[in-house]
Write a protein that binds this ligand. Structure first.
Ligand SMILES: [Zn+2]
Ligand SMILES: [Zn+2]
Length: 555
């Protein structure tokens, strides 16, 4: 007797990054092997009060860790690497990445005191992880040393672009590998997964070198000190800032922990070229006159504790902002950060300094491909199926439309969201299920111990304050022994709202009497009834919803 041969299937399961910007993570699996592409985090949105980081819900990977053969990281951005220190505490698997990618990961793992089996790869590496054979191609992006991934499966090739752009004149001379992609088009490509971040932007993304030219012009026109804020990981940009510094015979001072770290790691690994004598320690800044100095710093997103935020509010120990200084914000605000960036720009102008930012000065170019580049990628690779990745739903939708325009059959295009199980078999592809995939919050040292309920509480507290009722009851007959007393914070000024507080006390007393008549003695029920009645009463009187906390002491 022969065992019946099982039909071949390959599943793609986005754990994060689809329907959102951030926490990219994708499972590729067959019956016996799993590989994970990227393990990223997301920075919290404004309504996630007090949350430090957001991780993907990778419980599916943990549940199936016996089948996990490796984690492949496309590049060193935190939306692709930031979950590693957390997931590596729960699964054991080798982590593959290029030299710079691993250098940056190593630094993070050290901070978290997590050990890992890091394995360096290049675009030439061929890997075998379980039944999957992996190859790679170089991609150009806003961080050096990025890779796209080609996975050879029984059903054809899976091509994952990572984050990329088609810059024909990249700063490091390492463009996205067109020839390699063209060869793929002649093979059987089962599915292309491609970066959707800029799918709404028509045309082509500006080459990074155009930013270098704008920066140099600004540097040449600057009379006094120059302060430039950039992403800490944008080493092409940082190289161009260094080049403009050298060109205008200035010296470079670096401020802000992440950018100091990255400049150190990248120059050790040879990804930054800094001529001897250009760098000046921040403590030495006052020994140089303003027109000799360029300060490279963090804070391009308006982060409140960053170097630029402190400099602009005159709160930085070594770097002060003076009239006549030039400040360049060499980044575009990530959606959600516009307001804080705008506040910083205001402060720069108020100081009498000059501000340059994306809107007015061409000091930023995206690292992601625009519409014409996206169509070009699909035309090169010629996939049978297409899955837009790395974007909010609207980006994915626009990218899907582009795929249809260049001839991918609509029934072969899948707009998936986190948790969808997309199954490929010889008969085609379809979404066959859904796994749990949401946000896991990191708050201080705790991972995942903060749920939506706690967040709702924090939202209420921050908006309408807290209203605490303390009452002591006789254990036997639930009569009031002491109180009720009211403690309130952030809701109303207690002294001026005596009437409201008195009425609230009466409300609590009435509720307790009512409950006694109904024979209710359970403390939990009493509390919930007090909370409900008091919330209703306060809302009726003030149209606000403070958090109501009844405290019942039995004596
Ligand atoms: Zn990236
Ligand atoms: Zn990304």
């Amino acid at each position: 007797m022969f065992a019946k041969k099982r039909p071949k299937t390959i599943k793609l399961i986005p754990i994060g990054g689809l329907g959102e910007i951030g926490k990219n993570m994708m499972v590729v699996e067959n019956e016996k092997d799993i590989i994970l592409i990227d393990a990223g985090l997301k920075f919290p949105e404004e309504e996630m009060l007090g949350i430090d980081l957001v991780l993907p819900d990778y419980s599916y990977v943990v549940k199936n860790k016996d089948r996990l053969r490796g984690i492949v990281i496309t590049h060193g951005h935190e939306d692709h690497t930031g979950a590693l220190p957390y997931i590596l505490r729960e699964v054991t698997a080798p982590v593959f990445g290029t030299r710079l990618t691993l250098g940056l990961i190593q630094e993070k793992l050290k901070e978290h005191e997590v050990k890992a089996d890091l394995k360096e790869i290049t675009s030439k590496t061929e890997l075998k992880l379980g039944d999957f054979k992996l190859g790679f191609f170089e991609v150009c992006h806003s961080i050096p040393d990025g890779l796209g991934i080609i996975i050879d499966t029984e059903l054809g090739l899976i091509v994952h672009t990572g984050d990329f752009k088609f810059d024909q004149t990249p700063v490091d001379g390492r463009p996205t590998e067109l020839q390699r992609l063209m060869c793929l088009g002649q093979k059987e490509v089962l599915v292309l997964l491609s970066d959707s971040t800029n799918a709404e932007v028509p045309g082509y993304t500006l080459p990074e070198k155009s930013v270098g030219a704008s920066l140099l012009k600004i540097f040449q026109g600057a009379k006094k000190r120059i302060i430039v804020a950039s992403f800490a990981s944008h080493l092409h940009r940082i190289q161009q800032i260094i080049d403009a510094t050298v060109h205008t015979r200035r010296k470079l001072v670096v401020s802000g922990r992440s950018i100091v770290n990255n400049v150190r790691i990248a120059s050790e690994l040879g990804y930054l070229k800094i001529p001897e004598g250009v760098m000046v320690e921040i403590g030495e800044i006052e020994k140089h006159s303003p027109e000799e100095i360029v300060v490279l710093c963090t804070g391009s997103q308006g982060e409140p504790l960053s170097a630029l935020a402190r400099i602009s509010s005159n709160d930085h120990k070594q770097v002060k902002l003076h009239p006549g200084d030039t400040v360049v914000i060499s980044a575009s605000p990530i959606p959600g950060n516009e307001r804080s960036v705008s506040r910083i720009i205001d402060r720069i102008y108020k100081c009498g300094a000059e501000a340059h930012y994306e809107l007015i000065s061409g000091v930023h170019a995206s690292g992601h491909p625009a519409q014409e580049e996206l169509k070009f990628m699909i035309n090169l690779v010629q996939p049978k199926h297409f899955v837009p990745i790395h974007g909010e739903f609207r980006h994915l939708k626009h990218h899907a439309d582009l795929a249809e325009q260049v001839g991918i059959l609509p029934e072969n295009i899948f707009i998936c969201e986190d948790g969808d199980v997309l199954e490929f078999s010889e008969s085609g592809a379809r979404i066959t299920g859904k796994i749990s995939a949401g946000d896991v919050f990191v708050d201080g040292l705790g991972v995942g111990d903060i749920g939506d309920v706690v967040l709702r509480d924090r939202r209420l507290l921050s908006k309408d304050g807290v209203f605490i009722v303390v009452v002591a009851l006789n254990k036997q007959n639930t009569e009031i022994v002491a109180g009720p007393d009211i403690i309130s914070r952030g809701f109303v000024y207690v002294k001026e709202s005596k009437e409201l507080i008195d009425e609230a006390i009466v409300k609590v007393e009435e509720t307790l009497v009512e409950m006694k008549q109904e024979g209710v003695t359970d403390i939990a029920v009493l509390k919930s009834k007090i909370r409900k009645n008091l919330s209703q009463f306060l809302y009726m009187k003030t149209r606000r919803r403070p958090m109501v906390l009844p405290v019942i002491v039995e004596s």
